[in-house]
Design a protein around this ligand. Structure first.
Ligand SMILES: [Zn+2]
Length: 414
């Protein structure tokens, strides 16, 4: 899943940019002889050796394992592994940034040290922000057919070229640079305040600890991006990264912590716990529901719309859009649906709904099962609660292009 963030302070003043394609190419893997000569870093102790298969001879020796970040140019793994039964003839290092994603790279043997060396460099279109966390293992085999897999190790794609502030709690790992230090503390607090809400709404906490990487400086924000990314995109959230990256401008640090981060983390929950229909009021309204600080009163804005007779149909067809000129309106309207649902059926109703959808039940059928009401009756009650007429107004005929699907801010799929 990928989710792009647009800063709504801009959107409200009419400066919503057109979504730009953001190419995500496969990771380019490469091993270079030059990097193979790099000396291993000290500090990593020997590991427990996995027993060799029964009946085979020989013994594995595992010495130092190292990881070196060369941000923004990738990273290098080295390993001192040898077998008394023969030379190492096969193997890879495999790493994961979040559960469900995996990458690997082959190794070369450094002719000077005999160490295994594997390198990864970002290729064209392969934007990788700093401070992603990696869990990695080496799996190797010797000429006699023995194999070995090392215990998982953790490392971070560190940017050591500038000053970053790192904070962590049981809920999240936060990195920030060029911003007031309080943004880290506020983010930890916001996540702690929402912990039990997330847990109740989704049935559990995320299966991993997410990270928020917050950029104050434009050069730091651009450094890891390969190729063109629209200047209007202020953030990206990807399950494959296990987190969100945000460029913080203008908005107060409280808005980022209690608004944007909580919203983006909700998108990670969506991807981890259900299969939300991409790019709809349903998914954006849901993420908005988890914000603890709003840029303005979203419900009040929708009530104004309702009083003016302009509240569109929600459950009939695709409902209000969440891109283009009226994008923000779609978020707000979607938000009120989730408020209505949880006001009446609690966070347990939220959990039931996303569970049914994950099981393959259609959105409206799932809503009917949770509420015990027909779709039309749900629509009617939601409208009346907002102060609108019980029946959605018939839309004045509009040019056909009005209904063309717009680019969605989500790309679902791993
Ligand atoms: Zn969103």
């Amino acid at each position: 899943m990928e989710h792009r963030t647009f800063r709504w302070a801009l959107a409200i003043s009419g400066a919503v940019g057109i979504l730009a394609a953001f190419a995500l190419a496969a990771l380019a893997l490469a091993v270079s002889a030059a990097s193979a000569a790099r000396a291993a870093e000290p500090g990593a102790g020997p590991l427990i050796v996995t027993p060799v298969p029964a009946g085979s001879s020989g013994e594995w020796t595992v010495g130092e394992l190292t990881f070196e970040s060369r941000y923004p140019d990738g990273f290098v793994f080295t390993a001192e592994i040898s077998s008394s039964a023969g030379p190492i003839v096969r193997g890879r290092v495999t790493w994961s940034l979040a559960p469900g994603m995996q990458r690997s790279a082959p190794f070369e043997i450094d002719p000077h040290t005999g160490h295994l060396v594997a390198e990864w460099q970002p290729g064209p279109g392969d934007s990788t922000p700093p401070w992603l966390g990696l869990t990695y293992t080496w799996a190797v085999g010797d000429a006699a057919g023995n194999s070995l897999e090392t215990e998982p190790r953790y490392a971070e794609y560190a940017d050591t070229s500038r000053q970053w502030l790192r904070s962590e709690s049981e809920d999240i790992i936060v990195f920030s640079q060029g911003l007031p230090a309080e943004v880290n503390d506020l983010t930890l607090k916001a996540m702690a305040e929402q912990r039990e809400t997330y847990r109740a709404a989704w049935g559990d906490l995320l299966p991993y600890r997410p990270r928020a990487i917050l950029f104050g400086d434009l050069d730091a924000w651009r450094e890891w991006q390969i190729g063109q990314m629209s200047a209007s995109i202020a953030g990206l959230t990807r399950s494959e990264w296990g987190g969100t990256v945000q460029r913080v401008t203008g908005a107060g640090v409280g808005d980022i912590a209690y608004g944007t981060v909580l919203h983006e983390i909700a998108h990670l929950y969506q991807d981890a716990f259900t299969f939300m229909p991409a790019g709809t009021w349903f998914i954006e309204g849901n993420a908005t529901f988890f914000e603890l600080q709003q840029y303005y009163d979203y419900e009040a804005a929708v009530r104004v719309l309702a009083a003016a007779g302009q509240l569109p149909a929600l459950l009939d067809g695709t409902g209000p859009g969440v891109s283009g000129r009226d994008a923000r309106r779609g978020y707000d309207i979607g938000y009120t649906f989730w408020v209505w649902l949880t006001d009446n059926y609690g966070l347990e109703g939220h959990r039931q709904l996303i569970t049914l959808i994950k099981e393959g039940v259609g959105r409206n059928d799932a809503i009917e099962q949770v509420t015990g009401l027909t779709t039309a009756e749900v629509e009617r009650r939601w409208r009346v609660w907002l102060g609108a007429s019980p029946i959605a107004p018939t839309l004045v005929p509009t040019p056909a292009f009005f209904f063309l699907p717009s680019p969605t801010p989500h790309v679902v799929g791993k």
